[in-house]
Design a protein around this ligand. Structure first.
Ligand code: GDP
Length: 270
């Protein structure tokens, strides 16, 4: 019985339910716990301690879709005011635990109702002007996008329509209430520049071999993020794999644009 109890307490909730899931990832300190708590309990919730469990922490959220001037990208998506129910899975930001996060992505895009619909990559926009923090965040993003790209490539090769191959990603630039925070456009360009460097250093062997894109096998190209052998990485290059990336600034605490735009983005992808 204790073993069963332990299993029930630690099991990933989403494996027990059948709700569409949004995966919340990002480096430690980005504000994942704060965002998940705010979405679960509303803006007046007291901040909670960052949970230290090594399990993904799923919370079930039932909430009305906010009204917005922008149209839903999918006509089948929920409309403003409609109540939607979904799971937000807040994942540990520690490097060693990332494999678990990426394993979770294996459930993405499958045809079941409980699949992961989208990924929110939360980062601290006030920390991204620091080279170490930028490197750390960009390395996480690079690895995340590469996992998504490999899965999409496999599907494309299997002949699936592009729209069904990739998954939408929101780069949520948090802490815009701080005056040191970079605006969304700078978050995008800084992350792209750093991912370009990471990609180049990881793939040095690949390019040094001097073979062109047409000659290298698909396996080698699977190790390269974005447009093969391109000089500069841009988020738009992921479109080739059906992966759309949006960058939107916001803040969980303090004064600023808040979480409304992120929430709209998520609601429209359920
Ligand atoms: P996690 O490691 O990604 O789960 O990050 P936490 O949710 O524990 O947040 C890390 C710290 O950032 C906490 O002290 C939060 O209160 C703080 N934080 C989260 N969001 C914001 C924000 O929008 N603005 C500011 N100024 N601080 C924030």
């Amino acid at each position: 019985v204790p073993v069963l109890l332990h299993f029930l307490l630690t099991a990933n909730v989403s494996s027990l339910t059948n709700l569409p899931t949004i995966l919340l990832v990002g480096p430690s300190g980005a504000g994942k716990t704060a965002l998940a708590t705010r979405m679960e309990r509303g803006p007046d919730a007291q901040p909670t301690e960052t949970h230290t469990t090594t399990n993904n922490h799923s919370i079930e959220i039932e909430t009305p879709v906010p009204s917005s001037s922008s149209e839903s990208p999918s006509s089948s998506g929920p409309s403003a005011g409609e109540h939607v129910k979904f799971l937000l899975t807040d994942t540990p930001g520690h490097g060693k635990l990332r494999a678990r996060v990426f394993n979770r992505l294996d459930a993405m895009g499958e045809n079941d109702k409980g699949r992961v619909r989208a990924v929110v990559f939360l980062c601290d926009a006030a920390a991204l002007s620091d080279p170490d923090s930028l490197r750390h965040a960009a390395a996480y993003l690079h690895d995340l996008l590469l996992v998504l790209q490999r899965r999409a490539s496999a599907r494309i090769r299997a002949g699936a329509p592009l729209a069904k191959c990739g998954n939408p990603v929101l780069v949520a630039a948090n802490k815009l209430d701080l005056f040191t925070a970079l605006p969304g456009t700078a978050v995008k360009s800084n992350l792209e520049a750093e991912v370009t460097r990471i990609r180049a250093s990881r793939s040095k062997r690949l390019l040094d071999s001097g073979v062109g894109a047409d000659e290298v096998g698909s396996e080698a190209q699977d190790d390269w993020l974005g447009e093969y052998a391109s000089q500069k990485f841009t988020f738009e290059q992921m479109g080739e794999f059906g992966i759309d990336i949006d960058v939107i600034g916001g803040n969980v605490t303090g004064e600023g644009p808040g979480i409304e735009k992120w929430w709209q983005w998520m609601a429209y992808r359920l």
